[in-house]
Ligand binder design. Structure first.
Ligand code: ATP
Length: 279
């Protein structure tokens, strides 16, 4: 572990583990404030893509700081063997853990969760950054239950309005947008698709596109046949379904932006709207 890190932070117990690193609770030795410390073992970064992802993450996170719904990077330390990031400390349960544990659908506070996520994504897009791997596993909450978007390892700088298009198949089967799978150039709207899938999961308790293997899931995503089975959607308002159709829209040029989604009647009504006029 880096000696300058040891001088500034006291590392405490392990609170999580990823593919390349371990997350510890830590304390600033001067203020006593608690943080999370992600220590990445560089020897595990064997291929160039992994190295790129890990080095990308702190750079892009710093560009996005501060935003209340984006995990803040407070400090970074590097030596020959490790890269250590000092991050906001969050609760151990991700949105995926909460969804898995939930026995009720729609998921309580679905509108509040998606509003915070869209605020984070809209800030990323205004800053010229696409996250490209939005999924419930990357959504954390702090001790006040404020959503914190994490894991910018697959994020890409596209340069904002009129910026360049992106290429490359990145993302996770259930949440990836069809234009990514088609191998075409794409823009930041891929994130809106993933937010739509996350909202659908919160409202229905299941993903909109599924299959028994990654290939089957991809085929289902490519068909993009969005359905609202009445058994699971009977408690979901027409306004919420309208928003889902506009976010999980196969044609990215017709898909709404994160900013527009934040102005949708269902979001503005705090998820209560059954009768709001649809746009
Ligand atoms: N800032 C944080 N505060 C509290 N817990 C965290 C924090 N960051 C990550 N964790 C916990 O540690 C786990 C692993 O996080 P990490 O970001 O290393 O890996 P990952 O995103 O799950 O996986 P990978 O990087 O391998 O794709 C998370 O699932 C979460 O439970």
């Amino acid at each position: 572990m880096c000696s300058s890190l040891k001088g500034q932070y006291e590392i405490s117990e392990e609170i999580g583990r990823g593919r390349f690193g371990t997350i510890y609770r830590c304390y600033d030795v001067v203020s006593g404030n608690p943080y999370a410390c992600k220590i990445i073992d560089k020897s595990l970064l064997t291929d160039e893509t992994d190295q790129q992802c890990i080095l990308n993450e702190p750079k892009l996170m710093s560009l996005l700081t501060p935003h209340p719904n984006i995990l803040t990077i407070h400090n970074a330390f590097e030596d020959q063997h490790t890269l250590s990031l000092i991050l906001d400390l969050c609760l151990p349960l991700t949105l995926l853990d909460r969804l898995t544990a939930s026995t009720v659908t729609p998921f309580p506070n679905a509108c509040h969760v998606i509003t915070q996520l869209l605020q984070a994504v809209s800030h990323c897009h205004r800053s010229g950054i696409a996250h490209r791997d939005l999924k419930p596993d990357n959504i954390l909450f702090d001790s006040r239950d404020v959503l914190k978007l994490a894991d910018f390892g697959s994020a890409e700088w596209f340069g904002g309005d009129g910026g360049s298009l992106m290429t490359g198949v990145v993302g996770t089967p259930y949440y990836v947008a069809p234009e990514v799978l088609m191998g075409r150039e794409y823009d930041e709207k891929v994130d809106v698709w993933s937010c739509g899938v996350i909202l659908y999961m919160m409202l229905a308790g299941a993903p909109p596109f599924y299959g028994d293997s990654a290939v089957e899931i991809f085929e289902s995503v490519l068909r993009a046949n969005l359905r609202f089975p009445s058994r699971v959607f009977r408690n979901v308002s027409p306004a919420a379904k309208d928003l889902l159709r506009k976010m999980i829209c196969k044609d990215p040029s017709r898909r709404i932006s994160a900013e527009q989604a934040l102005r949708h009647p269902w979001i503005l009504s705090g998820g209560e709207s059954e009768t709001a006029e649809l746009t």
